[in-house]
Write a protein that binds this ligand. Structure first.
Ligand SMILES: [Fe+2]
Length: 285
């Protein structure tokens, strides 16, 4: 059969009919239907299609051990949040994007340790309890955190300024399901704009900023793992996150306190900034 605009899609879909893995077959046939649909709708010129190939090539070439431009592309197109939201638990703490900066393993730290190895200007304590959605505290659950510094940079972006592992920590909750650590209040920051994704934002008049946040992955035996953020309430860009990750329930007050008893409890001098962020995990079926 001659290849025509109309025959193209069923012909390519049929070419995948014998794929042994049925899930892979379904994905490729759906991809074919939608990708062809875009091409039929947009009718790109040959040079425009070449430009698209060049763009994706540049995205690949921008990836290194410490930079993930494809995650960034997925993020700014809202695909990361769509996948997270489809896969997120129906109850308990809402999930958000992993983001492009979870590239290195967080160093194992003890409860109360500081993840700020550089020495920021204001001490911040982040604390909370990991519970099952039934309300039961989850002792020994894992809380992986990572964040940028007060200037908006992650360790992997400025290795001359921050030691590897700065702003990161892997904690295990105590017998009451509690975690706490010292840090600095993260800044809002622009996602990297010196690559092809930055060029895309620039060409479309979109800003590259994300509101200030601390990333979390919480996991416990017998429960769903949750990838999420604690967003600094009141931070710029909470209404226009470049990667669409903000959810109302994840806005957390980072408040200055001069509560000496609380400071003594956490081993810090007053005044300090305190942020309370509890996490609820759904039991796995
Ligand atoms: Fe981030």
């Amino acid at each position: 059969m001659d290849f025509t605009v109309d025959s193209a899609t069923p012909a390519v879909q049929a070419s995948f009919d014998a794929t042994p893995d049925s899930r892979l077959r379904d994905v490729l046939q759906s991809l074919t239907r939608h990708l062809h649909g875009v091409v039929r709708e947009v009718e790109p010129t040959i040079s425009e299609w070449n430009r698209a190939i060049e763009f994706l090539t540049a995205v690949g070439k921008a990836c290194t051990e410490t930079r993930q431009e494809f995650i960034l592309l997925s993020d700014v197109l809202g695909v990361s949040m769509l996948v997270e939201t489809i896969n997120g638990q129906d109850v308990g703490t809402e999930s958000t994007v992993l983001g492009p900066f979870h590239m290195t393993e967080s160093p194992v730290r003890a409860l109360g340790d500081s993840i700020d190895e550089v020495g920021g200007s204001r001490v911040c304590v982040v604390s909370g309890t990991v519970r099952s959605t039934s309300g039961r505290p989850l002792a020994g659950s894992t809380v992986d955190v990572w964040q940028c510094d007060e200037n908006g940079f992650y360790d992997v972006q400025v290795p001359d300024v921050q030691p590897a592992g700065n702003g990161r920590g892997l904690f295990s909750t105590d017998e009451l399901g509690r975690y706490w650590f010292r840090t600095v209040v993260p800044s809002h920051y622009p996602i990297p704009t010196d690559g092809p994704v930055g060029a895309l934002l620039n060409a479309t008049g979109r800003h590259p900023y994300r509101p200030a946040h601390v990333h979390f992955i919480a996991s416990a035996a017998g429960h769903e793992e949750v990838t999420t953020h604690a967003f600094v309430a009141g931070s710029p860009y909470t209404d226009s996150d470049a990667v669409f990750a903000v959810k109302e329930g994840l806005l957390v007050d980072f408040v200055e306190t001069d509560d000496a008893e609380l400071g003594a409890h956490y081993g810090v001098e007053v005044p300090f900034i305190h942020a309370a962020f509890d996490i609820e995990l759904a039991e796995t079926a």
